[in-house]
Design a protein around this ligand. Structure first.
Ligand SMILES: [Zn+2]
Length: 220
C-alpha cells in the first residue's frame, strides 16, 4: 500500500482507536504506522486533545446549568417569600377580620329581675357589625357573652351600636332546672370581664313598667 493510503486509513481508524473500539490487530498496525508517521501522530494528538475537550466540556456545562438553576431557584424562592409576606401584611393591615370588643368598650345596662325570676340585661357596644355572640356555659352554670367586631386592623368605624341579648336569661334553666351562677361579658380574654350578675348579688326588681313590657313581650 502507498503511504498516503495508509495514512488515510489510519486517520479514518483513529477516532475508533481513541475510543478503544478497534481490535488488537488493528491497534498493532496503527501503532506501527504511528511510530513511523509524524503526520498521523499529529492528527492523533489533535483528536485526543479534541476528545478530551469534549469530555471536559459537558461537566462544566452541567455545573453552569446547576449554578443557573440554583440561582433561579433562590430568586424564585425569595420572590415567593416576599409575595407571601406582602399578602399576609396586606391582610393584617387591610383585611377585614373579627376583633373581640374589649370590656372597656361595652356598656351594661338595664339590669333588673322580673317577678318570675328572669334576669334582664342589655349589653351595648358602639361598633360596626358584630359577627357573633358567644354564649358558653362554663361549669354548666355561667353564661358568658362576647361581641366580635368585623373590621380592619386600623379602620374603626363607629357607626352603629350593637345591643344584645335580645332574649333574657332566667336564673333557672327551664329545661334542666339548673341554677345559673353568673352572667358575664367577656372582652379580649378571660381577664377582661364584666360581671353582669353573680349568685348572691342583689338585682333591682323590675318596675311596673318593665314588668308590663316583659309580660307584653311574653304575649300574656
Ligand atoms: Zn500516516
Amino acid at each position: 500500500m502507498e503511504p498516503r493510503l495508509n495514512c488515510q486509513i489510519v486517520q479514518d481508524l483513529l477516532p475508533n482507536y481513541i475510543e478503544g473500539l478497534t481490535s488488537d490487530i488493528t491497534n498493532t498496525s496503527i501503532q506501527e504506522h504511528l511510530a513511523t508517521c509524524g503526520e498521523c501522530r499529529k492528527v492523533l494528538e489533535q483528536m485526543t486533545r479534541d476528545s478530551q475537550e469534549i469530555k471536559v466540556v459537558p461537566p462544566k456545562h452541567i455545573n453552569f446549568l446547576k449554578k443557573v438553576k440554583r440561582r433561579q431557584l433562590i430568586i424564585a424562592g425569595t420572590s415567593v417569600t416576599i409575595a407571601v409576606a406582602l399578602l399576609i401584611g396586606a391582610y393584617f393591615l387591610f383585611g377585614t377580620r373579627d376583633f373581640p370588643v374589649p370590656a372597656s368598650e361595652a356598656k351594661i345596662g338595664e339590669v333588673f329581675q322580673t317577678q318570675d325570676g328572669t334576669i334582664h340585661y342589655r349589653i351595648t357596644a358602639n361598633v360596626k357589625g358584630f359577627v357573633s355572640r358567644v354564649s358558653t356555659h362554663g361549669n354548666g352554670h355561667t353564661e358568658v357573652y362576647r361581641i366580635f367586631e368585623h373590621r380592619q386592623l386600623f379602620t374603626k368605624e363607629k357607626e352603629s351600636a350593637v345591643t344584645m341579648p335580645e332574649s333574657w336569661l332566667s336564673t333557672k334553666n327551664t329545661k334542666t332546672n339548673q341554677e345559673k351562677t353568673g352572667i358575664y361579658f367577656e372582652g379580649i380574654n378571660k381577664d377582661d370581664r364584666i360581671t353582669i350578675w353573680e349568685k348572691g348579688m342583689t338585682i333591682p326588681q323590675a318596675t311596673a313598667e318593665q314588668e308590663a313590657a316583659y309580660q307584653k313581650y311574653l304575649g300574656r
